[in-house]
Design a protein. Structure first.
Length: 619
């Protein structure tokens, strides 16, 4: 595929900067460890980021490291402490909150001069942000009462970025006490994580990802901070990460009937994202965003009415009349022009930039070895793997130290990982008590099953591809802080989105934010396709591999699935072709290139067919 450099495509819209935040983008959660302490790096600049709170072991390690680094008293929370998992999560979040609060006070006390963090706070803002415009005015006028008043207003407007948290709803293992007795449901992984956040001092949001968990969602009702206070404010908010409008409707309605308001729907591409990939049936992000744009008023009215009725029934304070859920998008954005188009045409309240920030040491925790590997990686080193024990496709890097370790273990006839944290123990295929498919125990049993002729080589190979995400995704944060992971498990698994393949180098925070806002252009590989085209390519490759997996004898049901998938992709192409008028005439040949790529993909898709009699795939 050729390049569609949208830096040469103009759009006729003016970006909307949300009034509720000082930035129009956020840094999404990345793995367990890559953003675990990002708030300590970026919140003082008003940038919001998301911390995974699934691994209490990691959070306890990071609390120890950051406390000692800052001479803050640290008392370990041992596994024999009552409700230790929730207590560890709460204590780490309180630490983040306390440190960021002190950082903001320090920022506000600094001199308003070039080189200070206070000055940088305003330099980073979007050029159309009202605070940035006020900042430029402040710089342009001589010393006066007006300038002093402007300085006071600017300093008062400094506020930290949100310290949001992420709970992957499917990671919800039931836990047991030391005697092997099953603990109450509220002590499961996801519910105890929610409890830790709910009891923390943070006033921020929890991002629920990976779909609906009724037990978890019902548990929200136990905490008053998720309901409006007497002024109608929510101390704790809910963000739902969704892949389409239907999912937003189902989950939003479920929570609204309990009086729980959804503050934001965070739409993520099914495949053009990092971490776990939850593919749609070929429904592309453009049509998905279009549906949200058209239905936002109906969605708001439905949720607001249902939520208010539930709050009244419960005797709770009502929501203010002006409550509207935010709609944001994340996944594969690579240029300021793409960012601006998404924000303006789809009337978004913000965007998420994830994987590119892995190359920004000022924002994320990536150990030096892994950072070097990312810079050296070729496009083919980024791939959709079977590495996750959850059985969900997982974006992976072929040359990570985690992959090196996995292959080395296989070569030594010791495949699989020691399983210490046990967050992903869901398989009861061979054992009464669930174990992890990436564990040495499970993989040894699978090999024995294969040797007995009771499973295929393809099934075995897929199992041997499983990796220990619990250790691999947490190690980089500890290594980056100069610590050593327990049991010396230093191998790193990293899960960047495909978009990262086109970024080369290490960047400063100012450079990356400037790139997002169009103040400068980072070097991005010339062959990088437009975000819409890249997702289309990813879905096309996904479908081809899935078809090959189901040959030579696909069922009628599967053939129907393929036809629906193809139909959705073709519908997406038609939708993008109808967007032509949204680009300016000055785009010229570049715009033509974009639509030529769509025509080429359409032709390739039409050639992807089952011959009903021979059951042969034409590709």
């Amino acid at each position: 595929m050729g390049q569609v450099p949208l830096e040469e495509i103009s759009v006729t819209y003016i970006i909307k900067i949300p009034m509720t935040t000082n930035h129009a983008f956020h840094i999404p959660v990345m793995g367990l460890g890559f953003t675990v302490d990002s708030p300590l790096k970026v919140a003082k600049f008003g940038i919001s980021s998301v911390v995974s709170i699934m691994d209490d072991h990691l959070l306890e390690d990071m609390r120890r490291l950051h406390s000692r680094k800052r001479n803050i008293p640290y008392i370990p929370i041992e596994p024999n402490t009552p409700d230790y998992r929730a207590e560890r999560i709460k204590s780490y979040l309180n630490l983040l909150h306390g440190i960021v609060s002190r950082q903001i006070n320090e920022v506000k006390s600094q001199a308003f001069s070039p080189g200070s963090v206070l000055f940088k706070y305003f330099e980073l803002l979007h050029p159309q942000n009202s605070l940035y415009l006020k900042f430029k005015k402040y710089l342009s006028i001589p010393e006066s009462i007006e300038k002093s008043e402007l300085e006071r207003e600017l300093i008062e407007a400094v506020r930290p970025g949100d310290i949001d948290v992420n709970i992957m709803t499917k990671v919800d293992k039931i836990n047991f006490d030391k005697e092997g007795n099953e603990l109450p449901r509220t002590y499961s992984d996801a519910l105890s994580a929610l409890r830790g956040f709910a009891q923390s001092s943070l006033q921020s949001s929890v991002v629920f990802s990976a779909g609906m968990n009724p037990a978890l969602y019902s548990y929200i009702e136990e905490f008053d901070d998720f309901f409006p206070d007497s002024q109608g404010r929510l101390k704790k908010k809910i963000i739902l990460k969704v892949s389409d409008y239907r999912s937003a409707m189902i989950q939003g309605r479920f929570l609204a009937k309990k009086g729980i308001w959804i503050s934001e729907f965070r739409i993520e591409s099914g495949l053009n994202c990092g971490g776990h990939a939850f593919a749609t049936e070929g429904v592309l992000i453009g049509p998905i965003l279009e549906e949200f744009k058209k239905e936002k008023a109906n969605l708001t009215q439905m949720l607001f009415s249902s939520c208010q009725q539930a709050l009244e029934t419960k005797g709770k304070n009502p929501l203010p009349e002006n409550f509207i859920p935010k709609i944001t998008y994340q996944g594969g954005i690579g240029t300021s022009e793409e960012n601006e188009f998404l924000m303006t045409y789809y009337q978004l309240d913000g965007t998420g930039w994830g994987s590119p920030f892995l190359l920004v040491p000022e924002a994320t925790s990536v150990d030096k070895d892994t950072l070097d590997r990312l810079i050296q990686a070729k496009n083919s080193d980024y791939y959709l793997s079977h590495a996750s024990p959850l059985g969900v496709p997982f974006n992976n890097l072929r040359i990570s130290s985690g992959e090196d370790q996995r292959k080395m273990r296989i070569a030594k006839n010791r495949p699989g990982s020691p399983c210490y944290k046990k967050f992903l123990t869901f398989s009861t295929e061979f054992t009464e008590k669930a174990i992890c498919t990436a564990s040495r125990q499970y993989q040894d049993l699978k090999i024995k099953q294969f040797n007995a002729g009771n499973t295929s080589k393809a099934a075995l190979d897929e199992v041997l591809e499983k990796d220990c995400l619990c250790e691999g995704l947490s190690a980089p944060a500890i290594l980056n802080e100069g610590g050593t992971p327990k049991r010396n498990l230093k191998a790193v698994t990293i899960c960047p989105g495909p978009n990262l393949a086109y970024f080369k180098g290490v960047f400063t925070l100012s450079e990356m934010v400037g790139h997002i806002y169009g103040r400068l252009q980072l070097k991005v590989q010339a062959e990088r396709p437009h975000v819409f085209v890249k997702e289309l390519q990813l879905y096309f490759e996904y479908l081809k591999k899935d078809i090959q997996k189901n040959l030579p004898d696909p069922s009628k049901k599967y053939e129907a699935y393929v036809e629906k998938f193809k139909s959705n992709l073709l519908g997406g192409i038609e939708y993008y072709q109808n967007l032509e008028l949204q680009f300016s005439e000055e785009a010229g040949n570049v715009k033509n290139q974009f639509f030529q790529q769509l025509d080429q993909m359409k032709e390739e898709l039409n050639g992807l067919n089952f011959f009903k009699n021979e059951k042969v795939l034409s590709m």
